[in-house]
Design a protein around this ligand. Sequence first.
Ligand SMILES: Nc1ncnc2c1ncn2[C@@H]1O[C@H](COP(=O)(O)OP(=O)(O)OP(=O)(O)O)[C@@H](O)[C@H]1O
Ligand SMILES: [Mg+2]
Length: 268
Amino acid sequence: MLVAADRVRFCDMNTEIRPIVVKIGGSTLGAHDTSLADCASLHAQGEAIVVVHGGGATVSGWLERLQVPSEFVDGLRKTTEASREVVVAVLAGLVNKQLVQQLSALGVRAVGLSGVDGATLRSPMNSRGLGFVGETPVCDPSTLRALLAEGALPVVAPIGLSMDARDLININADTAAGAISEALHARHLIFLTDVAGILDEGESVLPALDGAQADGLRESGTLSGGMLPKVEACLTAAGQGTQARIVDGREPGAVVAALAGTLGTLVG
Ligand SMILES: Nc1ncnc2c1ncn2[C@@H]1O[C@H](COP(=O)(O)OP(=O)(O)OP(=O)(O)O)[C@@H](O)[C@H]1O
Ligand SMILES: [Mg+2]
């Protein structure tokens, strides 16, 4: 009889598992999203998959509900001691467990964890006055590797440890996905988001984008906000032989289409 680990493709005694890392944006976690079903069917076919999730909108909702005042620095929300409690509770608790529950309902042995668990993600604190925010996380992949070798599907919330492990810190989910992809030598890094891909000045979806084009779009202000950490993570990943793609998570079958190379923007 095969044990779970035997079913994981590209895994034997001598070969490392090179998974697919899928970042699910909070903005696309809705009723019409098939991304979890995509992950479930790929996993059933023996693919090793790691899901990393955001959830900014749910955090904002809870901050409002709990009347925790928000402070902004250069348009970015500061993670204060008070808001950190909500960020950790909502991302590592509610959002993470909802995803694990939904994957479980699809028959997947999903295991929810955050970057805190197994010291999977550590980061220095930012120097931009954003509070408990880590911008340059490093990933220790050993806990994720153990889960993948067991045939489980890890679902990672973007909370990590400070370098000295004295603090919980909020990490951008895109940056976290990039660090995890890098440490696991992922075959694919897929960002599911709420736009059709990277849009150029004329709002057309670019089928591909390299570093020089990214610099140009950034300088002209066409590439901004939530797309910046995705592109940065993709460019780093591509430099290490990972296929990195930004696709519309609202499209049915988005993950499968991303693997086939028929959706969104290939970066690198
Ligand atoms: N050149 C560009 N092409 C496409 N989208 C862009 C571009 N520049 C900026 N964006 C913005 O980036 C957004 C996607 O990033 P955003 O952070 O909002 O979502 P997400 O990362 O998928 O979700 P979450 O942050 O909740 O995890 C798009 O909705 C769009 O407004
Ligand atoms: Mg985002």
